[in-house]
Design a protein around this ligand. Sequence first.
Ligand SMILES: Cc1cc2nc3c(=O)[nH]c(=O)nc-3n(C[C@H](O)[C@H](O)[C@H](O)COP(=O)(O)O)c2cc1C
Length: 235
Amino acid sequence: MTYLHSIFQPKDMALTLAMDQVIRRRRTRKILGSLQTPAPIPHGFREQVEEAVRVAGWAPFHYPANRIHHQQGLDSCVPWRFYALDQNACLALAHCLLEKTPANISEGATIIRMLAAAGSVVLATWLPEPKTTELAMHMNEEHLAAAAAAVQNLLLASEARDIQSYWSSGGVLASSECFKLCGIPATQKLLGAVFMFPSPEDSSMEAVDGKLRNRRGPPDSWSTWITLDKQETNA
Ligand SMILES: Cc1cc2nc3c(=O)[nH]c(=O)nc-3n(C[C@H](O)[C@H](O)[C@H](O)COP(=O)(O)O)c2cc1C
């Protein structure tokens, strides 16, 4: 319990502490495996991911997505879509990328090694407005913000389930080839490929942390209280 928790007791202390702990504990973990020996995935992992995806959907959103994005049975008005791959799909995608992409990816590439270690990858897209008006650009900013809130929810829900995660921009996973392979409409944009790794029973696989993890500085280097004096408020 922190000093602040002891002077201001929330209604549900256990919930507050658990929430704070999950937020602080979440960290980027890239686990690198090998296609020759895919990672052992614990029983029930897929169901855990399914649950994390479901709860992640409780993110806030401002504008409903344009109806052009109501496709392929995914007809929610939320401005994001999640496409989940289980281990078999991750491995199949890795093999397809090795065979089909013009980028000349090798088995030793980070993306292939992570697909070999992952229990699941969730490709999270956001849904841009079809027009390019000022209003549409503003809506796009808010669609993107809402989709990012859903992705952060997914990372936190994963952390709470002891699943290690990594939000990647996607690299080749954002390419039109990968979208075609996964059946993702070209009108959508990849916001992130969220890798989900089981917590390691043994640490034989290489793990890499986020480069900027310890560079963010203390809260008072990125947040401040605003005070307005009377003269300014009367102006
Ligand atoms: C939108 C977004 C895209 C990211 N893309 C990448 C990426 O492509 N490669 C990478 O190494 N890390 C990527 N990251 C993870 C960051 O590097 C990581 O969050 C940062 O180093 C802070 O570490 P932490 O997540 O452990 O706090 C991304 C994070 C976000 C929010």
